[in-house]
Design a protein around this ligand. Structure first.
Ligand code: ZN
Length: 221
């Protein structure tokens, strides 16, 4: 049977163009493991949409780094246009949560930090932003202020987080970020990683869990 020319198998879950805003050092234990000071306001950086790695596609380690680290993070998807959002209203600007990985070329990042240069090459490179294929509704979570997530590599848990341990909770992040950047529908916020970051190597099998449910599953190549 022939089909018409209307491919219907592609249902984009991500609205493009969009921006990806990331928060650094948002858990005390992680800031300390990298010998960073605990920040007094959120550390904010961005990735372009070309950084997205979707649909459980494999991650290929770039040839210009010897030390790519995994950082599992909760991801918030913005669902309303907003600027200068007050913290008390921030919960109105998202209703879905996902998880992903902020892959970081730690060797490059450390060299850039030493020179006081921007981090983009180490943080915003192609496919550095893993995103789970399906998000979950905030209303389905047992506690929107204490969200559990974890990363397993080759069957062993390497990072475990709970959003109640964030230095800047999600609503505070939205308020702070929206002072500087207008938030648009579809924008993503990676909310920082808990302790336990470390290198990945070829052949590693990464699985991410949100409240115990597997949300992503892919290989490093
Ligand atoms: Zn991160």
């Amino acid at each position: 049977m022939t089909t018409n020319n209307q491919p219907n198998q592609f249902k984009p879950k991500i609205r493009l163009p969009m921006k990806i805003i990331c928060i650094g050092r948002n858990y005390v234990a992680h800031a300390k493991e990298l010998n960073n000071e605990v920040p007094g306001e959120p550390v904010i950086f961005m990735k372009p949409d070309s950084a997205l790695l979707r649909n459980n596609d494999p991650f290929y380690i770039p040839d210009w780094t010897q030390d790519v680290h995994h950082e599992i993070e909760l991801i918030v998807r913005i669902n309303r246009l907003g600027k200068n959002i007050e913290k008390k209203f921030a919960h109105r600007y998202y209703d879905e949560i996902g998880i992903g990985i902020d892959f970081t070329a730690r060797d490059i990042q450390n060299a850039l930090k030493d020179k006081g240069l921007p981090w983009e090459k180490s943080k915003a490179f192609d496919y550095s932003a893993v995103i789970c294929p399906e998000f979950v509704s905030v209303s389905s979570l047992p506690d929107r202020n204490a969200i559990n997530f974890r990363l397993d590599i080759n069957g062993k848990t390497v990072q475990e987080g709970n959003s109640s341990l964030m230095i800047f909770p999600i609503d505070e992040i939205i308020s702070q970020v929206s002072k500087y950047f207008t938030l648009k529908i579809g924008d993503l916020i990676y909310t920082g990683t808990p302790a336990g970051v470390g290198p990945v190597k070829i052949g590693d099998h990464l699985k991410g869990y949100l409240e115990g449910d597997k949300k992503f599953d892919f290989f490093v190549k």
